[in-house]
Design a protein around this ligand. Structure first.
Ligand code: SAM
Length: 374
């Protein structure tokens, strides 16, 4: 019998060791991410410049920090539909498709399109600060004229297929088991990629957006690719009781408080009874670079959603929720609203939220200070 130690004979190099450590720490990292995302919103510096995954020295996708749903989406057949939604009609890569769409639509070179994608935030800030935005009309003026988000959202779609961005549309489609024949409204549809994905899965899709420049660009992209769809330029009325699913991904935090109730009620009315509303709350701590994120707390958003009759059905992942459209009538309807008020809108609920945020911030600060000293 051998008395040799049973160690691996090959030396473990540093890279393998650090990958092993990262993998072991992944659950902790995900937990911290979740806390930071949902509770703290400390990022006052905005999103910053987008990365270019193909640039020399660009960091590889941080796979150790992916949630389970993120990893599943990357490997899912649905991701292929999302990829093909971005590719050029005549064939090519997703990157070429995204840059070619922007270059042709805005009559600029691909190089300029790339520069505007990466620097979208500075451009958006300029567009935001071109006029006062402290009123509903001021905000409406931004969406009526801004073009920087076409570059931001297009590039973020590319980042999703290149492994850097969070692939929310694919995660949602897989989780809802989106199937042929479903009627889906994508509310706040941006450049239309989520709607394209649902259409590729056989749904009847409608795109709605308050931003005419974005809706026009989305329509042009879908028409180019022969994707049938309907379009609603908000605030035009949505069709009533017409959809099985409404998605509003990264939208609600941009709806002005004065319009929130009407917006949620219109979405509720657009769904058939029992239909699903999928949304998340991209709330951020207020700062100049986060100016278009109008909420730093998700409580008011969740209250209006509950108040309109939605019941929380499930958490999809990383703060994206599924709600089911229910009634506000009868004893059960009134009890639902009363309980939602207690949890989300009553003075004790709001006080608790404020304390929770302060305690969580203090706790995380101590954690990072201690970690930095080691
Ligand atoms: C961050 S983008 C997200 C776009 C798209 N849902 C996505 O995931 O790529 C926010 C979108 O919401 C739209 N939006 C902003 N305010 C809105 C409002 N009050 N009603 C409807 N859409 C709105 C914007 O024009 C933009 O298309």
């Amino acid at each position: 019998m051998s008395t040799e130690p049973t160690h691996d004979v090959l030396p473990v190099n540093d890279r393998e060791r650090s990958e092993r450590v990262l993998r072991a720490l992944a659950p902790v990292s995900r937990l911290l991410n979740r806390v930071a995302l949902v509770m703290l919103r400390e990022d006052v510096g905005g999103q910053g410049r987008h990365v270019d995954p193909d640039a020399p020295g660009a960091p590889p996708p941080a796979t150790a920090r992916w949630t389970t749903a993120h990893a599943a989406a990357v490997a899912s057949p649905t991701m292929e539909h999302f990829r093909s939604a971005l590719r050029p009609v005549g064939g090519g890569t997703e990157r070429e498709g995204v840059l070619d769409d922007l270059a042709r639509y805005f009559s600029i070179s691909s190089e300029e399109a790339l520069a505007r994608c990466l620097d979208w935030e500075s451009a958006s800030l300029q567009e935001w600060e071109a006029a006062p935005r402290d009123s509903v009309d001021g905000i409406a003026g931004f969406y009526a004229s801004a073009t920087s988000w076409a570059f931001d959202l297009s590039w973020y779609n590319y980042l999703q297929v290149s492994g850097t961005g969070y692939p929310k549309s694919v995660i949602v489609a897989d989780r809802l088991r989106i199937a042929s024949g479903m009627r889906v409204l994508d509310y706040g549809s941006g450049v239309g990629a989520t709607a394209q994905l649902f259409a590729a899965l056989g749904c009847e899709v409608t795109l709605a957006d308050v931003a005419k420049p974005l809706l026009d660009f989305a329509r042009w992209r879908l028409d180019e690719r022969g994707t049938p769809a309907r379009y609603v330029h908000l605030a035009a009325a949505l069709p009533v009781a017409s959809f099985d699913v409404v998605t509003a991904l990264d939208v609600m935090a941009h709806v002005p408080p004065e319009e929130l109730r009407g917006t949620v009620e219109a979405i509720h009315a657009a769904l058939r009874s029992g239909g699903l509303f999928v949304t998340g709350f991209d709330v951020r701590r207020k700062s100049r670079r986060n100016a278009w994120h109008l909420y730093d707390d998700d409580l008011p958003l969740r209250w209006e959603i509950a108040r309109a009759g939605f019941r929380r059905a499930d958490l999809i992942d990383a703060g994206v929720w599924i709600y089911r459209a229910g009634s506000t009538r009868g004893v059960r309807g009134r009890a639902h609203i009363a309980w939602a008020w207690v949890r989300l809108a009553s003075p004790p609920a709001r006080l608790l939220r404020r304390c929770r945020r302060v305690v969580a911030r203090a706790g995380l600060t101590v954690f990072f200070l201690v970690a930095a000293r080691r």
